[in-house]
Design a protein around this ligand. Structure first.
Ligand SMILES: [Zn+2]
Length: 420
């Protein structure tokens, strides 16, 4: 080929390419990558919600049931309607500014079954009389971390001359007593953590940049610590629960407390109380967050609330029967809780740990760690049988807790499943 013809060839090929592109016409745009759509507000460390997964829940709820749960369980004011436009046969949920997801309602009585990994007792079939929990998959989430992290997570106090009180150690102690009891009744039980160490590999130092984005109380280092133990840790636990364990229920174990003031010279109070927390009561600020709207819908569409009410009713009555603890009552002023089912022990609150676990969650808040009586019981430690503690013969606080949880579950599953 002569060198002179090269420029002509180049022009010819460029012309061909231009013609080809022109003939193909406008191309469909690739689906927008999630990143640019995120002018939507999200919670701390929340992944971008995948709205397409809600497609699996088309026609699983009727319009009246949707409205009943939104107004009666999941929110605290009508402000949610800013983000959910309810029409006759569908609702448009805001996913990002100017973007919506369309969820079809089912005609009443024609709801299709929602997909979910957890099973109701009626799906588990009959059980042997001595094994009412046969086949039930249970995850126990011992609340907080404890150990050397207890002071950082503000779950530590100590009265001079006595043992420190660390909630994360105590919940783990209860979990370890409870596991064999549930297994003896036929359940498969997994602890979400087995040590007083975090489940997440993330550490506070890694969260400074993230903490710098929001203006909370305290120094940057303290905000990074809170993001670590309150958020990253719970998100890591949820990943284990939702992706690995896939249980029928999660038991979140906590000990409650009243304000103790200085952790090195804590105030002891005479009061004692107990309550259980169900997912619900999303505040207006929370409904305004895209990830929380997504999670709210998953909770509602999977029918989790009704199962939580049934379970928690049994769980609370067993606790109250054994301990006679009075209910903890949230004041209306808190604006973050609503009473459930007119049961003084059941309260709906939107906590990270009951929102992002994709199954019914039993969230226990018994005892008051800094009450005079419970503090004495905690100091007495774990023991077998009965002992005189704070003027009364009684079991260790840890065993009493485990026994009450086991009894509530035993009764619930026994009542709900036919005997084999
Ligand atoms: Zn707690």
């Amino acid at each position: 080929m002569r060198a002179r013809s090269l420029p002509i060839l180049i022009v010819f090929f460029i012309g061909l390419i231009v013609l080809f592109v022109w003939l193909r016409g406008p191309q469909p745009q690739p689906p927008a990558s999630p990143a640019p759509a995120v002018s939507v507000s999200l919670s701390d460390l929340a992944p971008i919600p995948n709205w397409l997964e809600i497609n699996d829940y088309q026609s699983t709820i009727s319009r009246p049931a949707f409205l009943r749960q939104m107004d009666g369980v999941f929110t605290v004011s009508p402000a949610w309607r800013q983000f959910f436009q309810v029409n006759d046969d569908h609702v448009l949920v805001t996913t990002a500014p100017g973007e919506t997801f369309r969820l079809r309602f089912a005609p009443e009585g024609l709801e299709s079954a929602p997909p979910r990994f957890w099973r109701k007792p009626s799906q588990l079939g009959p059980a042997a009389p001595e094994k009412p929990l046969e086949g039930v998959k249970i995850a126990i989430d011992p609340g907080h971390i404890g150990g050397r992290w207890a002071k950082m997570e503000e779950r530590w106090f100590q009265i001079a001359g006595s043992q420190p009180v660390q909630e994360g150690d105590m919940t783990l102690a209860v979990a370890k007593l409870l596991k064999p009891q549930l297994e003896a009744m036929g359940a498969t039980v997994t602890l979400v953590r087995e040590q007083t160490e975090p489940v997440t590999p993330i550490r506070p130092e890694m969260l400074r940049e993230e903490a710098d984005k929001n203006n909370g109380d305290g120094t940057l280092a303290q905000r990074a610590e809170r993001l670590f133990y309150r958020t990253a840790e719970i998100r890591a636990r949820a990943k284990i629960v939702n992706e690995t364990i896939k249980p029928d229920i999660v038991l979140c174990l906590h000990f409650n407390a009243d304000a103790w003031g200085n952790p090195n010279a804590p105030t002891l109070v005479p009061a004692d109380h107990f309550h259980m927390i169900l997912n619900g009561a999303y505040t207006d600020d929370e409904v305004a967050l895209g990830d929380q709207r997504h999670e709210l819908l998953l909770k509602m569409l999977q029918g989790i609330h009704d199962e939580e009410v049934a379970l928690a009713t049994s769980a609370a009555s067993a606790f109250v029967e054994r301990t006679a603890m009075p209910p903890y009552i949230y004041t209306a002023a808190s604006g973050r809780a609503r009473n459930v089912d007119a049961n003084p022990y059941l309260w709906a609150r939107n906590l990270l740990a009951n929102r992002i676990y994709h199954c019914p969650v039993l969230y226990y808040e018994p005892y008051v760690m800094n009450s005079e009586e419970d503090h004495a019981r905690i100091q007495a430690g774990d023991y077998d049988g009965l002992r005189e503690v704070a003027g009364k013969r009684r079991p260790s606080i840890f065993r009493e807790y485990a026994d009450c949880v086991a009894l509530g579950l035993e009764r619930y599953y026994r009542a709900q499943r036919p005997a084999r």
